[in-house]
Design a protein around this ligand. Structure first.
Ligand SMILES: NC(=O)c1ccc[n+]([C@@H]2O[C@H](COP(=O)([O-])OP(=O)(O)OC[C@H]3O[C@@H](n4cnc5c(N)ncnc54)[C@H](OP(=O)(O)O)[C@@H]3O)[C@@H](O)[C@H]2O)c1
Length: 252
């Protein structure tokens, strides 16, 4: 059965997820307003927001902060407050936010993550029915994370698990969730494999034909955060992607 078409506004439309999501939704017949500062919509100032939400049945927030860690919290607080108020005013029927698995555990330690929680809460406490999709780290992050763990001529990996997922699969799940009935709760999605940071680094280095020594280092952090073994991975109820990191790396 063909799904009913909707008017959907995507904020953050030019980003990694937004630029995959907009054409995917359009290919299914939905009418999409692609909002970013390029198109005259600034969620920090609110400029262009009411116009971008006029007639929207669904809004999907995949905005991201380009500001440093200490101002990212304020960025998400302010942009989400503007968006939730504008969505309620416009009578939007479904408010969808893309967030990150493990935000509660990491929030006390990082401004960016506190900002993501504030972004989630803005949806959950708004007048608009909502869904928060929490995803694990995208495959695109495996290389930069590995690079960030290099100290001298070795990789010092946190003693923790990570569960990378293809951003295209996150996009597809987001597109499905957004056109379905609001869940009014959090839906977790993760990659097909939970692996140690050291195994992720070895996969990346193998693909790059580099031969650095990889060590598990209990004092190593993830972007400056001390994380527990399971902070970044999903529980058993989560929806899983199918593309393994090694296969994704191999086709790059
Ligand atoms: N990376 C991961 O592994 C991961 C995992 C789970 C969830 N997430 C979440 O996924 C979301 C999307 O990430 P992404 O990588 O697709 O982001 P991204 O590539 O950094 O794109 C950010 C988007 O936000 C827009 N933007 C920034 N400031 C704006 C403003 N003031 N007003 C309006 N638009 C603004 C940008 O467009 P302009 O600059 O043109 O305005 C761009 O379209 C993020 O919220 C992130 O937390 C990421």
């Amino acid at each position: 059965m063909t799904e009913p078409t909707k008017n959907i506004t995507v904020t953050g439309a030019t980003g990694l997820i937004g630029r995959q999501l907009v054409p995917l939704l359009r290919s299914r017949g939905h009418s999409v307003t692609a909002a970013s500062r390029d198109s005259g919509v600034d969620l920090l100032t609110g400029q262009g927001l009411d116009e971008a939400l006029a007639d929207a049945g669904v809004v999907i927030d995949v905005i991201n902060s380009a500001t440093p860690e200490d101002s990212a919290e304020a960025f998400f607080r302010q942009t989400a407050a503007s968006l939730s108020a504008a969505a309620a005013k416009a009578g939007v029927g479904h408010y969808v936010v893309l967030s990150i698995v493990g935000v509660e555990a990491m929030a006390p330690k990082a401004g960016y993550i506190r900002g993501k929680l504030a972004q989630e809460n803005a949806a959950a406490t708004s007048e608009v029915p909502w869904t928060v999709l929490r995803a694990t780290q995208f495959h695109e992050l495996a290389e930069p994370i590995t690079e960030s763990l290099i100290v001298g001529d070795e990789v010092r990996a946190p003693a923790a698990l990570i569960q990378p997922i293809d951003s295209a699969e996150v996009t597809a799940i987001l597109a499905r969730v957004a056109v379905n009935e609001p869940l009014n709760t959090i839906h977790n999605v993760g990659g097909p494999q939970k692996m140690s940071f050291s195994d992720m680094a070895r996969a990346v280095l193998r693909r790059q034909s580099r031969t650095l020594n990889v060590l598990d280092d209990p004092s190593a952090t993830y972007s400056g955060l001390n994380i527990d073994e399971t902070t970044l991975v999903t529980d058993d109820a989560a929806e899983l992607g199918t593309t393994r990191l090694v296969d994704w790396l191999a086709r790059r």
